[in-house]
Design a protein around this ligand. Structure first.
Ligand code: DC
Length: 240
């Protein structure tokens, strides 16, 4: 990757439960960039599908609906502890995107090729011209192949399951480690075998393995990558 300006766009991809959101939000807060979790665009499609009473399996109807939506991601208000705000056709839907009903149908609609094409276009528009940390599954490979820094955040299946299980338990959600492990194993299989945008590292991504790292250590390593990229540019910038 060669670029002549300090890092402005950072792509973070990786399997479910690797800690992409925690890292992405930490980086964005540290750098003063927009945090853009691209999963919200697929969640917005799912929400619209539920609100219009369309069957999530009706590929033609879901695709046509997705192609007509307008999604905006905005920085949070200063007094808010939300990481961002999401507007769907002008309406704030930030909270509605996290409902169990949306959880239940989002992976169905996110697999439709026309939905993905429409959302990739929205994601590029949302991120364009901004300093942003963009988090997803296919950001470095499909959405932003020209991102200034690409991080593929990995962790062992067992480490990801243990973190997810702990998080659920701390939120008083009944959870069994063996179920969480099996759920993640299935999502890995679906995500990596999907014909359209399968989960894989971009050829120029830095692979960061967080299996043995805390969230703080992972953030420190990612910040070091940003600093190294910026430092590599410094001699050119200071040349007379
Ligand atoms: O990360 P999440 O749970 O909010 O993602 C919601 C859904 O969207 C999930 O099924 C994965 C999918 N997704 C995707 O296919 N590509 C992305 N860039 C982001 C999310």
């Amino acid at each position: 990757m060669s670029h002549k300006h300090p890092v402005r766009t950072i792509a973070i991809d990786g399997p479910a439960g690797a800690g992409k959101s925690t890292l992405g939000l930490g980086l964005a807060r540290h750098l003063g960039f927009l945090y853009f979790d691209t999963g919200v665009t697929y969640r917005a499609v799912a929400l619209a599908v539920l609100r219009r009473g369309i069957a999530p399996e009706d590929e033609a109807a879901v695709s046509a609906l997705a192609e007509g939506l307008h999604i905006e991601v905005l920085p949070p208000r200063p007094d808010d502890d939300l990481p961002y705000l999401v507007h769907l056709d002008g309406q704030d839907v930030t909270h509605a995107l996290r409902s169990p009903e949306v959880d239940a149908v989002v992976s169905i609609v996110a697999a439709f090729p026309r939905v993905r094409r429409a959302m990739v276009a929205q994601q590029r528009r949302i991120a364009s011209g901004r300093q942003a940390v963009v988090v997803g599954r296919d950001i470095g490979t499909v959405v932003m192949p020209d991102a200034d820094l690409k991080i593929y955040l990995d962790a062992s299946l067992e480490a990801r399951a243990a973190r997810r299980h702990l998080e659920l338990t701390q939120r008083n959600v009944a959870s069994r480690y063996s179920d969480v492990l099996e759920g993640l194993r299935q999502r890995d299989r679906l995500d990596s075998s999907r014909a359209d945008s399968p989960l894989r590292p971009a050829h120029d991504a830095v692979i960061l393995d967080s299996t043995e790292l805390s969230a703080e250590e992972t953030l420190a390593q990612a910040l070091a990558l940003v600093e190294a990229r910026n430092a590599a540019l410094a001699p050119h910038q200071s040349a007379p």
